[in-house]
Ligand binder design. Sequence first.
Ligand SMILES: NC(=O)c1ccc[n+]([C@@H]2O[C@H](COP(=O)([O-])OP(=O)(O)OC[C@H]3O[C@@H](n4cnc5c(N)ncnc54)[C@H](O)[C@@H]3O)[C@@H](O)[C@H]2O)c1
Length: 312
Amino acid sequence: MKRYLVTGGAGFVGSNLAFALERERKAAVTVLDDFSSGDWKNLSGFGGTVITARVQDACWHDKAGAADAVFHQAALVDTTVADQRAMMEANVDGFRSVLDYAAKNGVKRVVYASSAAVYGNSKCPMREDQVPTPENVYGFSKAIMDNVAREFAEAHKDMTIVGLRYFNVYGPREYYKGKMASMIFQLYRQMKAGKRPRIFKFGEQTRDFVYVKDLVRGNLNALDAKRSCVCNLATGKPGSFNEVVEALNKAMRLDLAPEYFDNPYSFYQNRTQADLRQAKALLNYRPEWSLADGIADYVKIMEKEAAAAVHV
Ligand SMILES: NC(=O)c1ccc[n+]([C@@H]2O[C@H](COP(=O)([O-])OP(=O)(O)OC[C@H]3O[C@@H](n4cnc5c(N)ncnc54)[C@H](O)[C@@H]3O)[C@@H](O)[C@H]2O)c1
C-alpha cells in the first residue's frame, strides 16, 4: 500500500486530494495541517491520520515518517495579507521544511502547489518559462518557492520535485475559505439568497477557471512525471464573469441579471489564461471539465449539501 503525506489536507484542494488518494488509489494518507484556514469538516469520513502542526516547524518531520510522495498544499492563501514576513515564512520556509523532511526520510517525490499569481498581469496565454511578475507578496512567495524547488532538484538528482501552478480553482470543499473562496462560489451564494449576482463592470474580464476534479487529476498525474518541472494547471479556455453568471443561472434554473458595479481596485487582472502545452507533455494532463459542465456539477453538489444542511 502506498503512503502519502498531504500538507494542508484540511483545506479545499488538500482534502479533495486526500480523499482521491484514499478512495481511488487505496493509499494510506496522512494529513498535516495547522487548521488556520482549513476545517475538520472537510475531512469528515477520512480514514487516515492527522498531524496538527505548522509546516514551517520541523517538529512534525519524525511524526510523519516515510512516504512515497508528499503533496504540499499548506500555505497562507489570503492574497490580501500585507504581513510580508508571515507570508514568506509560511509559504517559502514552509516549503523548505517539506523538502528537508523529504530528503531526511527518503521521500523521492514532492508535488507542491504553486500559483498563477506568479504571472501577475502579464500577457496571455501564460507560459511557465516567462519571467515571473507577481503583483503581491503571495504571488512573490510562490515564485520564490519555484526557485527553491529548481535549486533543490538540481542538488538532489534522485528526487522529483513537481510544481503545479494552479489557476482559479473552484469546487466542493471550498466553503470554509470564506472570502477567499472562488467567485463561482460567492456568486452562487448571492443568487441562492435571491440576490442579483454582483460583478465588476461589465463582466467581460476573463479567468482560466479550473474545476477541482481536474486539479486533483493533475496532481495524481504528477506521481508519474519523469522529471522535476513546473506546470500550469487550468483549462486553457478562459471564461468571463458574464459566462459564469449565465452558467449559474442555467444550473440553478434562475434568470437573475448581473448587477454591475465599478471596480475599486487600481490593480486588477483583466485576463488569465494558461498555456497547457507543458502540462500535457510532462504530466499527460488533459482537463475534462468545461466551465459550464464544472459549474453544473458543482451546483448539483451544493444543492445536495444545502438540502442536507451540511454546513450549518
Ligand atoms: N484555490 C485556488 O484557487 C488556488 C490557486 C492557486 C494556488 N493555490 C494553492 O493551492 C494550495 C491549497 O489552497 P486551497 O485553495 O486549498 O486553500 P485552503 O486555505 O483551503 O487550504 C490551505 C490549507 O493549509 C493549511 N495551512 C495554512 N498555513 C499552514 C501552515 N503554516 N502549516 C500547516 N498548515 C497550514 C490551512 O489550515 C488549510 O487547511 C495553496 O498552496 C494555495 O496557495 C490555490
